[in-house]
Design a protein around this ligand. Sequence first.
Ligand code: UDP
Length: 339
Amino acid sequence: MALRFPILVTGGAGFIGSHACKALSQAGYLPVTVDNLSTGHADAVKWGPLVNADVRDQTALCRTIREHDVEAVIHFAASAYVGESMTRPAFYYDNNAGGMIALINACISTGVKQIVFSSSCATYGIPAGGPIRETTPQAPINPYGRSKLMCEEMLRDCSSGHGLRFAALRYFNAAGADPEGELCERHDPETHLLPLALQAASGQRGPLQVFGTDYCTRDGSCERDYIHVSDLARGHVLAADYLAAGGPSTALNLGSGTGHTVFEVLAAIQRVTGAPVPHELVGRRPGDPPSLTADAELAAKTLGFRTEHSGLDQIISDAAPSFGLADARKARHGRHAAE
Ligand code: UDP
């Protein structure tokens, strides 16, 4: 396949960034990762060069862009723990908003015009209910969400003032792992439901705490829209294609459009792996909206994006091996086939 062009990927050593690098490479782009490895993993950078630098280091960004003839950037590098953002807000604004402005300035001074930005459904805060559209008012309730909204606003201003074009991709809950087993989810500390529940099911940690059982949802636990990380990765490739083809700046939800409650996730883990998830019921986690699900139609219309791997069972099946669990349904199927 002919090389399309090099793309700078900030945070390409992280969970979503590394999956995006694989998808970019499969689509013919050369992903050039800039990552300070503060939370990412060098061994996840397999599809292009790794430059060990901080995203706030504008000189390093400009040097990398020039050295590799970069024509577009995808910006993942950021701090992404909602709880931590409440206790270290200054750090979140420095890293997330500071990283964004350093990258925008690097783009302006090197002539790069296309930016795909990793935004979040956390920019919506606690919406009124029902699937969230891109026109739903953005009213974040924590410094993490506010820092992402600030980045979107910087991009909006700079696209009219400096002729940049951007796609802000507002993710719902990224989960799962590369179906071919080349990458997985590794956070330290881990705070996300799926990896924590798989660790509890495999005995790597004690019971999972279910945060809140009195929400106004089907079963009282929080509802989220889980999207397979490989689908998310492909969404970035489509966004890069869209900007390369001259598409105007846009903001798009990337979600599956389907919500699952915490209890539904625990039941699915048992169904898929055969292992029950030991859990205990505790109070609500501050700042958790009851229900977040995407209206995914605009991304479908704008990018032709549809999820292919985001059924809850497949997300769990692909994530399970890195937690020492297997898809028990496949094992059963294999036994039947051998009989
Ligand atoms: N959750 C939970 N126990 C945990 C971690 C998460 O009950 O140990 C719940 C949390 O309240 C939320 C959902 O699982 O409703 C997803 O949380 P996660 O931290 O994975 O993602 P978030 O939606 O906060 O970005």
